[in-house]
Write a protein that binds this ligand. Structure first.
Ligand code: FES
Length: 202
């Protein structure tokens, strides 16, 4: 199995990845800028084959999120702070599927917990909205702000139609997105290296 190595995060090695968002009400398409780690890219052939992507996670600071590409999708890797993790336990009643029980976008067994991850602090999720495929933006700062409730605790906002997700990628109730963000197959090779695209048993 061919694999690709991605070193992260180093500002000098980042580029901006433009994702064409969905058309809104026939008005047209918007583009969302996403920081993207790109010191090494899989070959086109490897990407088409869905090659797993190896990521150096040692440099991701608490509260920081990086993006890598797997199968043409943006995969977010975020190291949540203890404060951010503590908030996840309080949101259950506001979420559409707090236990990740829905099956349209199945959550791997190892991520069926409140933090939706293998390591509590490290979120690994596909950054594509489950409504019509836009890429949600970071709204990591708690507190009142445009398009968000006053008791916002940090998370992600899909600007296309207003779906909101918590810092575990769980969608809030009564939003257009029907499901939580996808958790890709992944496992840790070591304390500092993550393989996106393969479960441990694969
Ligand atoms: S694509 Fe419609 S809310 Fe995200």
């Amino acid at each position: 199995m061919s694999e690709a190595t991605v070193n992260a995060p180093a500002n000098s090695s980042r580029r901006t990845w433009l994702i064409t968002s969905c058309a809104m009400g026939g008005v047209g398409a918007a583009a969302v800028a996403v920081p993207f780690v790109s010191t090494f890219q899989p070959s086109e052939r490897a990407k088409a084959a869905g090659a797993a992507v190896e990521v150096d996670i040692s440099g991701i600071q608490p509260g920081e999120k990086i993006v890598v590409e797997w199968r043409g999708k943006p995969v977010w890797i975020m190291r949540r702070t203890p404060e951010q993790l503590a908030e996840l336990d309080k949101l259950g009643g506001q979420l559409a599927d707090p236990e990740s029980a829905r099956t349209a976008v199945p959550t791997p067994a190892y991520a069926k917990n409140h933090h939706r991850s293998i390591k509590p602090e490290l979120l690994v999720t596909v950054g594509i909205c489950t409504h019509l495929g836009c890429s949600p933006g970071d709204r990591l700062t708690p507190g009142p702000q445009p398009s968000l409730p006053d008791d916002w605790q940090g998370g992600f906002l899909c600007a296309c139609h207003g779906s909101t997700f918590d810092l575990a990628g769980r969608v809030f109730k009564n939003k257009p997105a029907p499901d939580n963000l996808e958790v890709p197959p992944h496992h840790y090779i070591s304390d500092t290296r993550l393989l996106v695209g393969e479960d441990k048993q694969a």
